[in-house]
Design a protein around this ligand. Structure first.
Ligand code: FE
Length: 435
């Protein structure tokens, strides 16, 4: 039986099955059957002869992009605070992040902020995301409900903090665990493809007893985990002071089953893994949510090539306030830039003949689609059986006077495109946005 989520889109199709190259069709049909991709075809196969076809002409159709690290409440103060020095970490929290997050205890404020955030998110190339909300259970459920109503797909986390936060934005370990369990029970099965994810903010704000309780909840309710890991040198030093005797920062999560051993885990940043951490991450199948622009503002680049060489899954994220925009094309571009700068500054060792080892365009695009999408198992590609998330792009506004190939056009969209180029967006076979 075919339901209303069975149709075909026609246009110029670009996606990646492997990191190494784009798959480009100058004109092709992508068939969506009951919300899943049935594949890409130069001609419409006979069995789909009678399904509706939406012809997008010369527009470019790509898989939806996955934002693997996004603080929803930071959208309100996006673009602010990057002038604080990298060593002013605490100051940024004190001036911007914590005061803003504390407003979300007020559901009216949360509604106004999250309604704007979710409305704007729908106009971007992002079709699914892994998000932090705040410590507040009602506001977190509100965010899930708004995303669900708009047809988005996401993991959303009620944040946990029981130390080193500000007054009014902190719970005891007991409260935090209790609220988290209540939230898991409350939202179970209510919001379709918007699902809960266990979210200890990071080790400096979470005691061992809180992490232990969250590990038990994650295992009992089979809910995945997100957090931050080894983002800054000052942070790692602080973790070593708070939790002495660790081989690496990641061990603080791993000893409670929060690093991928019990349930899937995605960790943001992962800029400074030591050898023990790299080995642990590889053994645990943890996913890295790489946020290149945020890292570069802190004067850092993450070892993405090394992660890929070690078989560690990598997705891309905006992180939000660290970037200032929700647009994932910008993150793809910055992932390429960060890897090139890292290669030039650290790995090239002044050799004029050394081959470039920065990320290629197809590699960075892959990370933003199928790389991050692997957290859902089958998102981020048009291969048969993948969730049908697609974005249709009109690049007329950035086109030149020459005829360009599909691969050139996706390169140009990554470099020069933005949400103004979006014509339509589909999530799991439903049309969720069009102009
Ligand atoms: Fe973050």
């Amino acid at each position: 039986m075919m339901d209303e989520r069975t149709f075909a889109l026609k246009g110029m199709v670009v996606y990646t099955e492997e990191k190494e190259s784009f798959i480009c069709f100058e004109q092709a049909y992508i068939v969506c059957e009951n919300g899943l991709s049935a594949g890409v075809f130069p001609e419409l196969p006979g069995q789909y002869r009678d399904i509706p076809v939406k012809d997008y002409g010369s527009h470019v159709i790509i898989p939806g992009l996955c934002d693997m690290h996004l603080h929803a409440p930071q959208y309100g103060f996006r673009g602010l605070g990057r002038n604080i020095d990298a060593d002013g970490w605490g100051t940024w929290f004190d001036i911007y992040a914590f005061p803003e997050e504390s407003h979300y205890r007020d559901l009216d404020y949360a509604y106004r902020a999250y309604d704007r955030f979710t409305g704007d998110l729908m106009k971007t190339t992002t079709t699914r995301a892994v998000m932090f909300a705040t410590i507040h259970r009602p506001a977190t459920e509100l965010l899930m409900s708004l995303l669900y109503q708009k047809g988005f797909a996401a993991y959303v986390g009620k944040v946990n903090m029981d130390r080193n936060s500000m007054d009014g934005l902190i719970e005891t370990a007991r409260e935090s665990i209790h609220e988290t369990e209540q939230w898991l029970l409350d939202c179970h099965g209510l919001y379709g493809s918007v699902k809960p994810i266990i979210t200890p903010r990071y080790v400096p704000t979470c005691s061992g007893s809180l992490l232990e309780g969250l590990g038990s909840l994650a295992a009992r309710y089979k809910v995945p985990v997100q957090s931050h890991l080894s983002e800054g040198l000052d942070e790692i030093k602080w973790v070593n002071e708070l939790e002495p005797g660790l081989q690496c920062y990641g061990e603080a999560y791993d000893r409670y089953g929060l690093l991928g051993s019990e349930v899937p885990a995605v960790m943001a940043h992962c800029v400074f893994p030591n050898q023990a951490e790299m080995k642990l991450m590889s053994e645990r199948n943890v996913m890295v949510a790489h946020c290149p622009e945020c890292n570069m503002f802190a004067a850092n680049t993450a070892p993405i090539r090394e992660y890929l060489n070690n078989g560690i899954a990598v997705g891309l994220g905006t992180d939000m306030a660290g970037v200032g925009r929700l647009e994932m094309f910008q993150v793809i571009k910055h992932a390429i830039l960060a890897s090139r700068v890292r290669w030039g500054a650290e790995e090239r060792e002044g050799d004029p003949d050394a081959p470039m080892k920065g990320l290629s365009w197809s590699e960075a695009f892959y990370l933003a689609t199928k790389g991050g999408g692997s957290f859902w198992g089958n998102a981020g590609s048009f291969e048969p059986g993948y969730l049908f998330d697609a974005v249709v792009l009109d690049d007329t506004s950035i086109a030149d006077l020459n005829r360009r190939s599909a691969c050139e056009r996706i390169e140009r969209l990554i470099q020069a495109g933005d949400d103004r180029n979006i014509v339509a967006k589909y999530i799991e076979g439903k049309s969720v946005y069009h102009i």
